[in-house]
Write a protein that binds this ligand. Sequence first.
Ligand SMILES: [Zn+2]
Length: 199
Amino acid sequence: MNKSQLPPTSIDANPWSDYLTPMAIRPIITLPDPLLRQLSKPVERVDDDLRKFADDMLETMYDAPGIGLAAIQIGEPLRMLVLDVAEKDEPKNPQVFINPEIVSSSEDLFNVHEEGCLSIPEYFAEVERPAEITVKAIGLDGKEKLTKADGLLATCLQHEIDHLNGVLFIDYLSKLKRDMVIRKFKKLAKDRPPAQMVG
Ligand SMILES: [Zn+2]
């Protein structure tokens, strides 16, 4: 039986109940939320609930707007990310990576990109990462896929996979710069009321 056909009384007991609602834009957590440092857990099953969750992630990412989003950024510690690195004049190209794993990265070839993060709004810095990687992941069809990536896609995949391990792009900066950013966001968080109080 499909979960959406369950009587309403059993919905509360279902940890996925949030995803029974139509596609939804979800709040993105930001620094210094400790969840951002949490290790995400592997996805155990690709089913309709997970596909709906992927839709929410994409909707949230496009709305932000961003080119990549990890599940933990909307508070779900699952090893899953979405991205779309299509140029503005190209058609949308949403991609979903479940339980992604970098199986190889170029050792002597590096790319430098100016990176930003939806969880660290309005802060950008150059990060150097391997220019070419191969990622093994499961797609929304439940099948394993191998993706060879370079350029922006390689950077984006590495940035999002880092999120699944509690790593942020500011971790690649000097301690001085990183501490400055963290201090700024801690101060911002103190100065504004908690999100749930503003409704
Ligand atoms: Zn990020």
